[in-house]
Design a protein around this ligand. Structure first.
Ligand SMILES: Cc1ncc(COP(=O)(O)O)c(C=O)c1O
Length: 269
């Protein structure tokens, strides 16, 4: 087996675990494997609520109306994001009648392949993904191309279910411009009878940069080098734009060992 704790081991985004956390994880699993169920869970449900509030605060969202849940992996968050999107755009009745509209999901061609899992699992269908071309230099979505696609869908009256911003693509760490995407959603609304396109951010890799929002980069109390300071500033400015999203997924298991999907406004999907 791979030794993730080896100092030379740095594959993708798999962090090492320390022995104390391995012991704690094993003990809790043996002591009570049912912690997902509120009645047996003591404060675990409370921890889920509190974590959602912490992430909402990091994003600058009102924690009184935001909500979140822990689920399985990045793909699980993506799946929940799309489920919320479908319910908002097609209406709550779609939960009873099923998905009968070929609404589109617009996402960077470099977005994670779980775009295929989630469109497949929800029954929307993988053919309804529209892959948006990316800029050669930044690897971010080409906003002009995105606008062309949105204008065309708007003209023919095809609803957009969701636009997904990849906030840190798996390899190149390309962060899509959320604010500009929000402006395009306002410019090209869905046809009458459909809810507005849902803006989901796949922030699996990047969410942690939000923590620097409150860091005084000029005083620099942690004494980061000028090179690191530049990176912190650029990444933090890019991920800060997630305040314009409807929901985000953040993957604490890559840089913190657990996953959470947080919505700006919480409602049952
Ligand atoms: C940007 C991004 N989104 C989503 C995922 C999917 O996460 P998971 O493999 O935890 O389902 C990954 C995983 O590497 C990812 O890098």
């Amino acid at each position: 087996m791979s030794n993730w704790n080896h100092p030379l081991s740095m594959p993708n985004v798999i962090p090492p675990a320390n022995i104390a956390s391995m012991t704690a994880a094993m003990l809790t699993e043996i002591f009570s494997p049912n912690i997902i169920e509120g009645e047996y869970a003591w404060n675990v449900e409370l921890a889920e609520l509190e974590s959602a509030v912490m992430v909402a605060r990091l994003l600058g969202w009102d924690p009184a109306v935001a909500g979140g849940l822990c689920t399985f992996d990045g793909s699980g968050c993506y799946f929940y994001g799309l489920k919320y999107a479908l319910t908002r755009v097609l209406g709550k009745d779609s939960r009873l009648t099923g998905i009968r509209t070929d609404g589109k999901v617009l996402v960077s061609q470099q977005g994670h392949y779980c775009k295929m899992n989630s469109t497949d699992w929800t029954g929307l269908g993988m053919n309804n993904i529209v892959n948006i071309e990316t800029d050669d230099k930044t690897n971010c979505i080409d906003i002009e191309y995105l606008e062309e696609v949105m204008e065309e869908l708007y003209t023919v009256g095809t609803p957009i279910i969701s636009i997904i911003c990849t906030m840190g693509s798996t390899d190149a760490f390309a962060v899509d411009p959320v604010k500009m995407v929000r402006e395009l959603i306002e410019k090209y609304p869905n046809p009458t009878g459909f809810g507005q396109p849902f803006l989901y951010c796949d922030a699996f890799i990047s969410w942690a940069w939000l923590c620097f929002k409150s860091y005084d980069i000029e005083k620099n109390p942690m004494q980061f080098s000028p090179r690191v300071k530049t990176a912190i500033k650029a990444n933090m400015q890019a991920v800060k734009q997630m305040e314009y999203a409807d929901a985000i997924g953040c993957d604490f298991h890559k840089v913190g060992w657990s996953v959470m999907k947080v919505s700006k406004q919480y409602w049952a999907a």
